[in-house]
Ligand binder design. Structure first.
Ligand code: ATR
Length: 330
């Protein structure tokens, strides 16, 4: 397994981890708890050690509770990354705010530790920058948690390069998590150079374009009502959806020529494009997990990379709806 250091820390993680969000919410109904725990254990057996969750994943933070159930008796085999900031009603799941204050940071970490059934979180992120709390205040509060041993390293998610640099002046930021894929390359202009400058690892979420880049979606595919891609992702609706799937056909053709899956091509592209990147594709299925791990052995040649490099500019639709876009690049 290819290991990477997290920022300038001594914490190592395998290059391809597992994004756990979809096990609890957003991409259709939650996976049955026993099935999900089994998958998480199988992931460890396959060498996965980086598991990504958040306080806001699943109604009542069900995703963290799931990871606690799966990992409490094998804590030494996993690195747990979780996040705080967005607030949700614990019963209805309704989004009720965003709070990066010290008080909320301290409340959230204790709640997460409890649900995760552990005494430390390996990587703790601010999930989205809070416009009402200076990043310096948030990071100073997170730095206290590092000192106290409650968290191993600090991460930020979907912040601008300027915010990353301000934050790094307070405490080293080990990881910056953002959407990054063949279809979503906006962070290359400002954020990735800031990561290089500050020695921060890039953690790429939705490297499969929320499943679109795998070829699993067809123009005839129906997006279920309980699947947030239909509502929150303009790329999955109307004319944009059809246009984007035509671009995916090019990835599928390239994958077929190499006798690999489109998912492997999508992940191998991220690996080829960014040195020291960590990826957290999400899946609820063992077969797909194995395919995603296989991407680490796939090397794309220059001709293939050139073909894939052209696609982002042709993608139609933003990566979130208006409300989601407003929370990016904070
Ligand atoms: P996110 O980071 O938001 O989870 P992603 O990793 O880009 O997004 O994509 C996740 C989606 O890709 C999920 O719908 C997942 O579906 P399954 O749970 O059915 O696997 C899908 N996916 C992940 N790996 C896949 C693979 N190797 N082949 C096909 N679909 C895959």
């Amino acid at each position: 397994m290819n290991h990477r250091n997290l920022g300038n820390t001594t914490i190592t993680m395998n290059q391809v981890g597992l994004g756990c969000m979809g096990l609890s919410e957003f991409y259709g109904p939650p996976t049955d708890i026993n099935v999900a725990v089994k998958l998480l254990h199988e992931a460890i057996d396959l060498g996965v050690d980086h598991f990504d969750t958040a306080e806001s994943y699943g109604v009542g933070s069900a995703n963290e509770t799931l990871l606690g159930l799966a990992f409490h008796d094998r804590r030494d085999k996993v690195r747990i990354a979780t996040k705080f900031g967005p607030l949700r009603d614990p019963v209805s799941g309704e989004r009720v705010g965003l709070d990066g204050s010290r008080a909320n940071c301290r409340r959230a970490v204790e709640d997460s530790l409890g649900r995760l059934q552990t005494d430390h979180i390996d990587l703790y992120y601010l999930h989205r920058a809070d416009p009402n709390t200076p990043i310096e205040e948030t990071v100073a509060a997170m730095a206290e948690l590092v000192k106290e041993g409650k968290i191993g390293a600090i991460g930020l998610s979907e912040v601008s390069g300027a915010t990353l640099k301000r934050a790094s002046a307070i405490h080293p930021i080990a990881a910056l998590q953002s959407e990054y894929s063949i279809f979503s390359r906006d962070i290359e202009a400002d954020v990735i150079p800031a990561c290089v400058e500050t020695g921060t690892s890039l953690v790429a979420y939705s490297p499969l374009g929320r499943g679109m880049l795998t070829g699993a979606f067809k123009t005839t595919s129906q997006i279920a009502d309980n699947d947030f891609r239909g509502v929150m992702q303009p790329r999955f609706s109307g004319d944009a959806y059809r246009a984007n799937l035509a671009l995916v056909d090019r990835i599928i053709a390239l994958a077929q020529a190499r006798n690999v899956t489109s998912a492997e091509v999508a992940l191998a592209w991220v690996i080829a494009r960014q040195e020291n990147v960590l990826l957290i594709p999400g899946t609820t299925k063992l077969t797909n997990l194995k395919s995603n791990l296989a991407a680490m052995t796939l090397t794309l040649d220059d001709k293939e990379l050139t073909i894939l490099d052209q696609l982002a500019d042709m993608v139609q639709g933003t990566r979130y709806n208006e409300q989601g876009m407003a929370m990016l690049n904070g």
